[in-house]
Design a protein around this ligand. Structure first.
Ligand code: HEM
Length: 227
């Protein structure tokens, strides 16, 4: 007689449904990271352009707060679904007798479970650093985004922290995007290799561009505004 019960109680919210939540919210966050990176490229065009862009984004509070609510909702759902899946994966029997949908949910890279929390901490720090300004070292202005960034990255320790966080971001968005295509059933054996190559290229571009900001400040290519 088998020690494994023939019928297992199905969780209220299926693991595939949780993966779908992760995929949808991940897509929203991926889009934000990309658009944010493109917006930050204006750092290379000098203070007027990026400060005008920031002022434009903040000009309609209803739009700004609506957008922030969507982002916060996406991050929260993404994290909660990840924690539930992680707990289920830990509880799953190691002999492969878990239900098929739970097994599907376990097919994800382990790196997600350390890069995810690391990014969560980065986002909290980053908001306090460059949006609220409470942990920003040096003068902080809600209208002079350019100077905030230049002052911030002039500190090598801060820059190194950002570079490390961007490397974690790269791992996370690469594996996350592969996982997304798998959830959508689009990671077929025929397309797996080219798909991974494209996702790796996009993730690398995002990491390299983001890392270029602290490096450009430290190298003196992006300088403080002359007073
Ligand atoms: C080196 C790379 C980055 C730079 C230079 C940067 C710069 C900035 C700056 C200057 C702001 C404040 C904008 C303002 O007040 O108008 C900001 C806000 C923000 N950043 Fe970044 N960022 C970087 C990477 C990231 C990454 C990787 C994420 C997400 C994983 C992120 C998420 C956010 C969020 C959520 C906000 C708040 C947006 C809002 O005001 O609602 N940033 N960032």
């Amino acid at each position: 007689m088998s020690a494994i019960p023939m019928t297992s109680e199905r969780p209220a919210f299926g693991s595939i449904a949780l993966k779908a939540v992760m995929a949808l919210t991940g897509l929203v966050l991926y889009g934000f990271v990309f658009v944010h990176m493109v917006g930050n490229l204006q750092l290379y065009s000098g203070p007027e352009k990026i400060n005008r862009y920031a002022a434009f984004l903040k000009a309609t509070p209803a739009l700004l707060w609506g957008f922030r609510a969507v982002l916060l909702g996406a991050v929260s759902l993404h994290a909660v679904a990840a924690i539930i899946l992680w707990r289920r994966n830990r509880a799953a029997p190691p002999d492969g007798s878990a239900s098929p949908d739970l097994q599907a949910a376990t097919i994800t890279s382990r790196t997600m479970y350390w890069t995810g929390p690391m990014l969560g901490l980065f986002i909290v720090y980053h908001l306090l650093h460059l949006t609220v300004g409470s942990v920003h070292q040096g003068p902080f202005s809600h209208t002079d985004v350019y100077s905030n960034v230049v002052i911030a990255f002039s500190n090598p320790a801060v820059s190194i922290f950002y570079v490390l966080a961007m490397v974690a971001l790269g791992f996370h968005i690469f594996h996350g995007a592969v996982s997304l295509f798998q959830t959508l059933g689009l990671k077929t054996p025929k397309y797996e290799k080219p798909l991974k190559a494209v996702l790796m290229a996009v993730s690398t571009v995002i990491v390299v561009v983001n890392i270029s900001f602290p490096i450009a400040v430290l190298a003196g290519l992006v300088r403080p505004v002359a007073s």
